[in-house]
Design a protein around this ligand. Structure first.
Ligand SMILES: [Fe+2]
Ligand SMILES: [Fe+2]
Length: 160
């Protein structure tokens, strides 16, 4: 059985993961409407991944006898600038999420919940990948300096 404080923190993180999913879905739509089908497809895959994170957390909390409430999700931005600016936003957002995951782990540590700590550690590792992936794309887009965006679009469109 999980402590109420931790259940509350998990509910907040589930909401944040769903918000992230909507953010990336919105970026996907933006790219699709800006003539970047590959980047649109990359963002859709990213959006699905965030929803999977929410599902994993929901399943874990329910398994531990905690109560999940799916609350309202705040609106997400709908427009950005260049592909570089969009991916810079992705990188900043993932750094923010890393902080949220660290905070969630702190609650689990404070409550002495070892199972939750183990579970959350998977997301700590995941965030290392998320930041690195976004950072790598940002660096490549910076090198292209507004050129060869069709090449990058094709490349990112290859994401499974
Ligand atoms: Fe996530
Ligand atoms: Fe993420």
């Amino acid at each position: 059985m999980m402590k109420e404080n931790l259940v509350k923190a998990f509910n907040a993180q589930v909401n944040a993961e769903m918000w992230s999913s909507n953010l990336y879905l919105s970026m996907s739509v933006y790219f699709a409407q800006s003539g970047y089908p590959g980047m649109a497809s990359w963002m859709k895959a990213q959006s699905k991944e965030e929803l999977e994170h929410a599902y994993e957390m929901i399943d874990f909390v329910i398994k531990r006898g905690g109560n999940i409430e799916i609350g309202q999700i705040d609106v997400v931005p709908v427009a950005w600038g260049t592909p570089l600016e969009v991916f810079e936003h992705v990188y900043e957002h993932e750094c923010h999420v890393s902080k949220l995951i660290d905070d969630l782990l702190d609650v689990a540590i404070k409550e002495g919940d070892k199972a939750a700590q183990n579970f959350i550690n998977g997301f700590v590792n995941e965030q290392v990948e998320e930041e690195d992936t976004a950072q790598t794309i940002v660096e490549r887009l910076r090198k292209l300096d507004g050129h060869n965006l069709v090449y990058m679009d094709d490349k990112l469109g290859g994401r499974k």
